[in-house]
Design a protein around this ligand. Structure first.
Ligand SMILES: Nc1nc2c([nH]c(=O)n2[C@H]2C[C@H](O)[C@@H](COP(=O)(O)OP(=O)(O)OP(=O)(O)O)O2)c(=O)[nH]1
Length: 144
């Protein structure tokens, strides 16, 4: 089994209420180009999910991240490929779309509207309830 790891990159909302999540707009392949995802990629041989996420987000966003706990859902993509996600925070740098069409920080209401309108990569909808619960928390402390 191979794994893809995605980062639920979060920050306190500038308004002070709740938190925001970073979404990235895929540029390929054609079936998902234009849809929004949690940035990340496949684990290289011998890498842990945490190591792969640090590497992928450095490559894709030009930032250094601290990787936290895994989200609870693991999403089967194919018989031999499973998608997992970890919470992450930017330690250094400002995210930039190196490989994606664009980036956007969303609050809970915006994420819910995007999920509703079908602009998320389909597999990622599995995480929406857990993401919304965190983004709506008032203290935006460590995800539990
Ligand atoms: N990174 C990422 N991939 C996702 C998500 N949801 C989802 O279905 N995928 C799929 C798309 C791809 O089939 C696979 C990972 O592709 P990728 O293009 O990000 O990974 P990569 O850079 O390591 O792969 P590659 O293009 O070099 O083959 O997982 C997601 O939220 N983030």
């Amino acid at each position: 089994m191979r794994f893809v790891v995605a980062g639920a990159v979060i920050r306190p909302a500038p308004s002070g209420a709740g938190a925001e999540l970073l979404l990235a707009q895929r540029s390929y392949p054609a079936d998902v180009a234009g849809l929004w995802e949690l940035p990340g990629g496949k684990l290289a041989p011998g890498e842990t999910a945490e190591q792969a996420l640090v590497r992928e987000l450095a490559e894709e966003l030009a930032v250094t991240v601290a990787v936290g706990a895994a989200l609870s859902e693991q999403v089967p993509l194919r018989a031999d490929l499973t998608l997992v996600a970890h919470w992450a925070r930017v330690l250094d740098g400002v995210p930039r779309a190196v490989e994606h069409h664009g980036l956007t920080w969303v609050d809970a209401d915006r994420l819910a509207a995007m999920a509703e309108s079908g602009v998320l990569v389909p597999a990622d909808t599995a995480w929406v309830p857990e993401l919304l619960t965190y983004l709506r928390r008032q203290d935006s402390g460590e995800p539990s």
